[in-house]
Design a protein around this ligand. Structure first.
Ligand code: SF4
Length: 355
């Protein structure tokens, strides 16, 4: 039996096989087809739409690949008021979003109590809340959870410690891991992921990322292609690894059939049909931006971000139309991953059996 057929049955591949699939084109068609079939079998045909609210581009970190890095003085920084955040969230809920993803650079411009108020207010509007705020203390993660936050996204970016160290000045790989463990222990539906196509990133390193995701039992995995940003130390790097990012997406689906996988906006930046292609290769989530006005362009992690001149309302109907044209539906639930739902059921059965 070939490698892809075997993985489709066992959801297991060793490092050597992963590297071989990433290296060679000869598995591509079988890989993408298998990922699409497994996606349909385990998480269905419907696509979860989650509204991405990029509420501040202020960041104290200096990640080499990121346009929001503190050392980039060429971008105008912004910080939405609590009222603006709630107004954008409310409109997004009116457009049909069930999940609001609150994302910002890593900073303390919003005190923990303020974030908790924002989270509680959005929950009171009836939406599920996903956070993507970077590394915080355990006390902060706990406070957000108690305020009602449901999910947390924190990409590991790369599991290659040396590469991680070289790209993240004054950050620690161990702390990143600790944050992920803490989030899982606190009961968050936890997401991670990788940046693909970084300078010095080997195929073995990418295979190790996949094995890390499998071992860690995450609920969501986001794969983004590296796109070199102006005014960053990697401005002259190659980037643009669309095919490799697509293969990583498909391999995540093979290894972790029940997780949620977003078709990332960065994929659409590299290919005008990038999100649809990712949705046909294992992905089942899209996160359109729901921030309004100039903020859409100012949250510039990388150049060429799509849909910056559209309104959230236009984006909502545009992406829905594309999904329906693909023969897929828009999910009506709150967007929990099948992996998370299954784990909650396992825990309930365990407690019932031991009551
Ligand atoms: S990747 Fe995140 S933490 Fe790093 S500079 Fe960009 S916004 Fe800040």
């Amino acid at each position: 039996m070939d490698k892809i057929a075997q993985a489709a049955m066992t959801h297991d591949l060793d490092r050597e096989a992963l590297v071989e699939i990433l290296r060679s084109d000869r598995y591509d068609e079988a890989l993408f087809n298998a990922a699409d079939q497994i996606r349909e079998r385990y998480v269905g045909n419907d696509v979860h739409l989650k509204g991405l609210l990029e509420f501040s581009n202020i960041c104290t970190r200096t990640c080499y690949y990121c346009g929001l890095r503190a050392a980039n003085r060429s971008i105008k920084r912004y910080q939405l008021s609590v009222e603006e955040i709630l107004e954008f969230a409310k409109k997004a809920i009116e457009y049909g979003y069930k999940t609001i993803v609150l994302q910002s650079g890593e900073s303390n411009v919003y005190a923990c109590e303020t974030m908790c108020d924002i989270i509680a207010s959005i929950r009171a509007l009836g939406a599920t809340v996903t956070l993507s705020l970077g590394e915080k203390s355990e006390a902060e993660y706990r406070a957000y959870k108690e305020a009602g936050a449901n999910r947390y996204l924190l990409r590991i970016e790369t599991t290659d410690r040396e590469l991680y160290r070289s790209l993240h000045p004054r950050m620690s790989f161990e702390n990143r891991l600790n944050c992920l463990h803490t989030l899982q222990a606190l009961g968050y539906e936890t997401g991670s992921g990788s940046l693909v196509g970084l300078p010095q990133q080997s195929l073995t390193s990418l295979a190790n990322d996949l094995l890390f995701f499998k071992r860690s039992d995450f609920d969501m995995i986001g794969i983004g292609p590296f796109i070199p940003g102006e005014n960053t130390p990697l401005a002259q790097a190659k980037g643009g690894a669309f095919k490799t990012a697509l293969k990583m997406t498909a391999l995540v689906r093979l290894l972790l059939p029940k997780v949620n996988i977003p078709a990332t906006t960065a994929m659409e930046t590299l290919n005008p049909d990038g999100r649809a292609i990712a949705l046909r290769s294992g992905a089942n989530v899209v996160m359109p931006v729901i921030t309004e006005g100039e903020y859409r362009a100012l949250y510039r992690l990388y150049p060429g971000k799509v849909c910056i001149d559209d309104t959230p309302k236009q984006c909502r109907w545009c992406i829905s139309g594309k999904i329906i044209a693909m023969g897929r539906g828009i999910a009506s639930g709150n967007g929990d991953s099948e992996r998370f739902i299954a784990r909650q059921e396992e825990q309930r059965s365990f407690y019932d059996a031991n009551a």
